[in-house]
Structures are given as C-alpha cells and as structure tokens.
Ligand binder design. Structure first.
Ligand code: SF4
Length: 213
C-alpha cells in the first residue's frame, strides 16, 4: 500500500462521517453556498443562507434581485460586493445557457460565470456524485505538508492528487484532507503531536519536533 493510501485509510477512520459542512437542499443552493464560503467559514455561510434561500432559492429568483438586495443578505460573509456580483452573473448564465438548471457535468460547471474550478469540483462531487478533488486552502496546505503533493499552486496540487489517488476515492479524499486541515493540521499551528498520520508526513519527518523548526 502506498503512503497516500495509508494516509487516506487512517483519515477515513478519523472522519468516518466526512461530508460537506455546508447546508444545502439542491445543487443550486450548494453552488451558492460554495461561492459564499470563499474567505469565510462554513458556519457563517450556514447562518446566512437560510434568509438568502428564502427569497432566492433558484437562479431565476436570484437573477431578479437587485445587487444591493443580495449584498445586504450576504454582507456578513465578507467580500459581499464581489460575491453578490458572482451570484447574480452565475444565476443569469444558468438561465441563459442551461434553461435554469445547474449543469451536472464538470466542464459546463467550470464554464459558468463567477464559478471557479474549486467551486465547480465541489458541486460536481457533492451535488451530482461525480469524482473530483476540489483543492481549497486546507487541501492545498495539508497535501503539500504531507508530501502527497509537491506543488506551488492549487491546479498542480489537484493534478498530483488525481495522479496519486484512485479515481473512485477523489471526492471522499477531498473531505478527509480538508477536515484534517480544519481540525488538526491548522495553518498556523499544526497539531503534530496529536496527528494520526505524522509517521507518514513529510513535514513531520523534516521537522520531527512537533511542528517546530
Ligand atoms: S504531522 Fe503535522 S504537518 Fe504533518 S499532517 Fe500532521 S499536523 Fe500536519
């Protein structure tokens, strides 16, 4: 078994119920929630989306809202002007090109206005059951610390993870690595002492001192 497979097997035990912490009831709601989650916690997004989805649960309803109305509803998520613009443009694009239905394939999702690669991958994987590895800040940091990727950007990290992980494990692997980053391998203070995969971690081997250089 490769190091990557061992790491994923251990993390699968650490997070047996791994799934998105965002609350959503449709592919469109997940798309909106992921756009709002940039530079924001899932907890905050989950506080904001009930009121937003009460007035705009569909692309049609969102596209009809004034930008200022969307901004007011999502204000506490931060970057509210940009995010409101993305939500309105993405919704109008879905109406114009996909008859109001969120597309269920990766290339169309990635082509939507205001939708980045990571967002498209998340929706493809967790709204439609596809296999993709969404590389967010946690997945990028943890993968490169562990040494299961050695990349300077998220796209190369995604490619390296896809090469190292069997395709039927891509979506689950995203959750395992993300949750490990959120709760153990934190950005500023990785909890190497308590880490279940430290014996397989490149960063730990290099520092071998509970995360201190
Ligand atoms: S040993 Fe430390 S750096 Fe490596 S994955 Fe665990 S917490 Fe992160």
């Amino acid at each position: 078994m490769t190091d990557v497979q061992q790491i994923l097997q251990i993390l699968a035990k650490d997070f047996p119920n791994a799934k998105s912490e965002l609350v959503f009831n449709s592919p469109y709601e997940l798309l909106v929630a992921v756009i709002l989650s940039a530079q924001c916690t899932d907890k905050r997004v989950n506080q904001v989306t009930p009121a937003l989805f009460a007035v705009a649960p569909t692309p049609d309803k969102m596209a009809k809202l004034e930008l200022s109305e969307i901004e007011k509803l999502i204000h506490s998520c931060g970057f509210y002007h940009s995010k409101a613009t993305y939500l309105k443009e993405m919704s109008q694009d879905i109406l114009d090109r996909f008859n109001g239905q969120v597309p269920d394939n990766l290339s169309d999702l990635q082509s939507l206005k205001g939708v980045g690669r990571k967002t498209a991958n998340v929706v493809y994987a967790f709204a439609f059951g596809g296999q993709a590895i969404a590389v967010d800040t946690h997945v990028f940091r943890v993968s490169n610390r562990l040494g299961i990727a050695t990349a300077k950007n998220v796209l190369d990290t995604e490619k390296q993870l896809m090469a190292a992980i069997p395709p039927d494990m891509w979506a689950d692997s995203h959750h395992y690595i993300l949750l490990h980053g959120r709760y153990v391998c934190k950005s500023q203070h990785p909890n190497c002492r308590e880490c279940s995969v430290k014996e397989l971690c490149r960063y730990y081997k290099e520092h071998n001192n509970d995360g201190k250089i």
